[in-house]
Design a protein around this ligand. Structure first.
Ligand SMILES: [Ca+2]
Ligand SMILES: [Ca+2]
Length: 294
């Protein structure tokens, strides 16, 4: 009986450790992998033909997204199949344009901050902070900022390419973003184009030297190439859900750490179990002693 109770306690502890995302390695608050080979938006997008896009695959193919909590900073890691720097961007990557829309507070918006990505967001998790990452600058915006605002530059941000030559690591002071413990994320990967709206290289119907093909010649197909999607959803389906006729953008769903309520609930359950089990052990011991004394 005693051994059984001990085993029960150990099992509960293991369940608790497994379910608490904060207790993972290196203080990861959240991490998610993304399939390789899906940098095709809704399944049809193809690379521009300019030689600047060599090797014509992998540059926009997100493989992994991690968020770490380190002292006064949040560290974001974005792993891609391939990173190149033909235009000598100061942070070491020329092509990737990443926008991380974050829901970590009450209120927020369901439309993009600036026109460009051609998507909209799930009304259940409206975003309130936006991190915009490219090889030249890192910006953070609040949903209440004016889209015309030129500010947002995070001079304290630190950016580097990790030794695997595939991972962009961005460190941003927590005070610029707010608490991410229960955050939900929309992660959009586009192709950086200094001349386009919000720097998204357009995806049109016919591919050309500087534009992606496989889209439409309207303003409604997404200009994003890869996104993270919740486990029960398909990227192809989500990114093809736009409606040219009715002028509707595709709706993106957020991803995020499993609800904090569930890990809190586990802590409560384990505590309750201990409270109930310990007196039972004591009672059982007493009964056993009484039995032996008889
Ligand atoms: Ca991918
Ligand atoms: Ca994807």
């Amino acid at each position: 009986m005693k051994r059984r109770v001990g085993l029960l306690l150990i099992s509960l502890l293991i369940v608790l450790l497994m379910n608490n995302p904060v207790m993972g390695e290196d203080n990861y608050l959240f991490q998610m992998t993304d399939p390789q080979g899906d940098e095709y938006g809704p399944g049809t997008y193809i690379y521009p033909t300019s030689q600047q896009f060599v090797p014509f695959e992998g540059l926009f193919d997100l493989l992994n997204f991690k968020v770490k909590d380190v002292d006064s900073n949040y560290i974001f890691e974005l792993k891609f199949t391939s990173i190149t720097n033909p235009w000598h961007a100061k942070y070491g990557f020329s092509h990737q344009l990443v926008q991380i829309y974050i829901d970590n507070d009450l209120g927020g918006a369901t439309n993009v901050f600036k026109k460009g990505a051609n998507v909209k967001f799930d009304p259940d998790t409206p975003w309130n902070k936006l991190i915009k990452i490219n090889g030249w600058n890192i910006k953070v915006f609040d949903y209440q900022d004016k889209p015309t605002a030129k500010d947002g530059d995070i001079s304290e941000a630190e950016v580097q390419i990790l030794d695997d030559q595939q991972t962009i690591q961005v460190s941003i002071p927590k005070k610029k973003i707010g608490d991410l413990k229960a955050a939900k994320y929309y992660l959009l990967v586009g192709s950086l184009d200094g001349f386009s709206y919000d720097n998204y290289r357009p995806v049109v119907k016919e591919v050309s030297e500087w534009k992606f093909g496989g889209g439409t010649d309207t303003e409604f197909n997404p200009n994003v190439l890869d996104i993270l999607v919740p486990e029960d959803k398909e990227q192809k389906e989500i990114l093809s859900s736009y409606d040219v006729k009715n002028g509707e953008f595709a709706m993106i769903y957020s991803v995020g750490s499993k609800s904090k309520i569930s890990s809190k609930l586990i802590v409560i359950l384990v505590t309750l179990a201990i409270i109930i089990i310990i007196p039972t052990i004591i009672k059982y011991k007493k009964e056993l002693l009484n039995f032996n004394n008889k």
